[in-house]
Design a protein around this ligand. Structure first.
Ligand SMILES: *[C@@H]1O[C@H](CO)[C@@H](O)[C@H](O)[C@H]1NC(C)=O
Ligand SMILES: *[C@@H]1O[C@H](CO)[C@@H](O)[C@H](O)[C@H]1NC(C)=O
Ligand SMILES: *[C@@H]1O[C@H](CO)[C@@H](O)[C@H](O)[C@H]1NC(C)=O
Ligand SMILES: *[C@@H]1O[C@H](CO)[C@@H](O)[C@H](O)[C@H]1NC(C)=O
Ligand SMILES: *[C@@H]1O[C@H](CO)[C@@H](O)[C@H](O)[C@H]1NC(C)=O
Ligand SMILES: *[C@@H]1O[C@H](CO)[C@@H](O)[C@H](O)[C@H]1NC(C)=O
Ligand SMILES: *[C@@H]1O[C@H](CO)[C@@H](O)[C@H](O)[C@H]1NC(C)=O
Ligand SMILES: *[C@@H]1O[C@H](CO)[C@@H](O)[C@H](O)[C@H]1NC(C)=O
Length: 310
């Protein structure tokens, strides 16, 4: 029955058995491949296998949308809804032409294999037109991984840290991975979930010897998606003797500079005028120099007055 697509009874007589088997195989291959992805809360359409031509109507058909071959999600006969699953109440619609099943407010529980079966009424009998499976994969986003660290031991060369990476509220069950200084990390992971169809919380722990500032990343992968966080682990080194805090250093350094400066000024105040005088007194002979000499004393006196006032 599952191998009837595009092959009405009349057509079947025309087709050789070999071709029919081939048709079955190819449609079987297609069954495996049809996948629809969605996220919790979204609306998504599951495609069916038949489009009702414009000269016909849904009245001539029976359409069954079922999940996992056991529960009927939605069924139509003679153009009317004949069945709707409680869990899908008010959440489903079916396109009257291409028979796409629209499901809104997606839930984790909606995950699974779906099947669309279309029958056409020919006089008193129903003939299967097509039958197709589609897998619905519903994911829920995990939170950005949260990395926390705790120093467990320190030595002069390294800091031993326990790193915890956690993420919550996602689906399906995730894989947790990461890198530490470009090497892959294997986390000791714990998964928590109320059931296999509930959101998961995941926590990974690992300890590391940090010998220099190192980049660590943590990735949570689920249903082909991933969330990644990275952090720089700082090496905390307690080996250096407790030194004078920098504020004291600054004060000491600045006081030394001030003292030297004051000393220099005092010395300058004491010796500079004489130096200037002895220097300018040397070329006494020429008249020109004498003019210069006349010009200079006020300048030097100005210098001394400036320096002493500082
Ligand atoms: C079915 O029809 C609806 C609207 O008429 C369209 O959005 C949807 O893509 C169609 N689906 C397929 C599988 O053709
Ligand atoms: C569906 O919608 C109707 C009216 O809009 C409402 O009365 C009913 O409670 C809803 N059912 C569910 C299961 O939400
Ligand atoms: C499909 O139904 C079978 C039997 O009822 C059950 O064992 C299986 O877990 C179901 N699979 C899914 C994906 O719901
Ligand atoms: C990360 O986890 C720590 C400890 O559990 C918590 O205090 C902090 O608020 C969390 N940060 C975020 C962004 O969730
Ligand atoms: C990490 O590895 C990649 C290739 O695997 C390389 O390009 C990159 O430079 C490496 N980074 C560090 C910090 O070693
Ligand atoms: C998962 O984590 C969230 C937030 O931290 C919390 O509210 C929830 O109870 C946890 N779920 C389980 C199953 O532990
Ligand atoms: C870190 O190094 C110390 C000594 O160097 C060793 O005893 C300890 O096992 C190391 N820890 C890890 C997590 O490699
Ligand atoms: C850590 O490395 C990753 C790639 O390996 C990079 O994307 C990320 O920006 C780095 N983080 C920091 C804080 O440098």
């Amino acid at each position: 029955m599952a191998c009837l697509p595009a092959a009405s009874l009349a057509l079947r007589r025309w087709l050789g058995l070999g071709l029919f088997v081939l048709l079955c195989l190819s449609s079987g291959y297609a069954l495996e491949k049809k996948v629809v992805k969605s996220k919790v809360g979204e609306k998504v359409g599951l495609p069916c296998c038949h489009e009702i031509p414009s000269w016909e109507s849904l009245h001539n058909y029976r359409v069954y949308w079922q999940k996992n071959t056991t529960e009927v999600v939605l069924a139509y006969a003679e153009g009317k809804k004949i069945s709707e699953h409680d869990r899908y109440k008010n959440r489903t619609e079916m396109d009257p032409r291409n028979l796409t099943l629209w499901i809104s407010h997606m839930e984790i529980l909606d995950n699974g294999p779906y099947q669309c079966v279309v029958q056409r009424r020919i006089s008193q009998n129903s003939v299967v037109v097509c039958d197709e499976a589609v897998a619905l994969i519903v994911t829920a986003d995990f939170s950005e991984p949260n990395i926390t660290t705790e120093v467990s031991a320190t030595s002069c060369d390294s800091t031993e840290m326990v790193v915890t990476c956690s993420s919550h509220g996602g689906f399906p069950k995730p894989r947790i991975s990461g890198t530490f200084n470009n090497m892959s990390v294997v986390w000791n992971a714990i998964w928590v979930s109320e059931s296999s169809f509930s959101p998961y919380n995941v926590t990974g722990k690992q300890s590391f010897n940090v010998t220099k500032d190192t980049n660590i990343t943590c990735s949570v992968e689920y249903g082909g998606l991933a969330k990644t966080t990275s952090l720089i682990l700082k090496k905390t080194n307690y080996c250096i003797e407790p030194t004078v805090p920098p504020s004291y250093n600054v004060i000491t350094a600045s006081s030394i500079i001030i003292i030297i400066f004051l000393l220099a000024i005092t010395l300058a105040a004491r010796y500079l005028p004489r130096h200037v005088c002895s220097h300018c007194c040397k070329p006494q002979d020429s008249v020109e120099e004498g003019v210069k000499e006349y010009m200079k004393p006020p300048m030097s006196s100005k210098v001394t007055s400036e320096t002493s006032s500082v």
